[in-house]
Write a protein that binds this ligand. Structure first.
Ligand code: HEM
Length: 195
């Protein structure tokens, strides 16, 4: 009987310890898993079951926008802004990718400063495939305190226009859970300046 009690206590302790580690080490507020922009070929958005699905997609009252140049020149990096406005959220986050008209993920993202991060294939927790290196950018831990983010995107030379930026955003209550947060999606298009 005593041994049984001991092992039950031991199992409970490990479960609690594991839960603590997971939540601390893999906090999604430090940047969500890859493939959550709502683009074709992604695994939905932040609003999937078990995540930020307290409210239906785009049912919040904030504005979620992408500001990107209407035209691009191959290989010439441009600045892109993702922003929330009219938001009462305490924390915010986003994830973005870019698809051409054939559905290929195109161009490469690069952070400016430390409020965003480009998801790396080496980051096991975020599960990005090697071939999608530099194709996904998101908020960082510091960036979750911001409502807008500016970063760079370098256009490809061989895409089929138009190229569409896909972003999913989370307007969160800052309570450190995935509940009671609103999720939004938006897109923006750009075309080559020398078709
Ligand atoms: C692009 C998609 C996503 C964005 C922008 C995002 C953003 C955020 C933000 C800003 C927070 C802080 C919430 C708060 O403190 O109130 C957060 C927390 C959380 N998110 Fe997400 N999230 C996304 C996708 C996901 C997904 C797909 C899951 C489930 C697999 C998830 C699970 C969680 C959990 C469990 C927390 C609470 C604990 C923590 O900080 O990790 N999120 N997320």
């Amino acid at each position: 009987m005593r041994i049984l009690k001991k092992s039950v206590v031991c199992i409970m302790f490990n479960a609690a310890f594991y839960g603590l580690i997971t939540n601390t080490v893999l906090a999604w507020s430090s940047g969500p898993p890859a493939y959550r922009t709502g683009a074709a070929g992604d695994n939905g958005t932040c609003n999937v079951d078990g995540c930020h699905n307290s409210y239906s997609l785009n049912s919040g009252s904030a504005n979620f926008s992408i500001t990107a140049p209407a035209a691009y020149a191959a290989g010439k990096a441009v600045k892109i802004k993702v922003a929330f406005s009219n938001s009462s959220g305490k924390k915010h986050g986003f994830e973005m990718t870019a698809l051409d008209a054939d559905g290929n993920r195109v161009g490469t993202f690069k952070k400016i400063g430390n409020t965003t991060q480009v998801i790396s294939p080496g980051d096991a927790a975020r599960e990005l495939d090697k071939e999608d290196k530099d194709k996904y950018i998101e908020q960082s831990t510091k960036g979750a305190k911001k409502k807008s983010w500016i970063f760079k995107w370098t256009p490809p030379s061989d895409a089929t226009d138009p190229i569409t930026f896909y972003a999913a955003g989370c307007e969160a209550d800052g309570k450190g859970t995935a509940s009671d947060d609103y999720v939004y999606t938006t897109t923006a298009e750009t075309n080559s300046s020398n078709p």
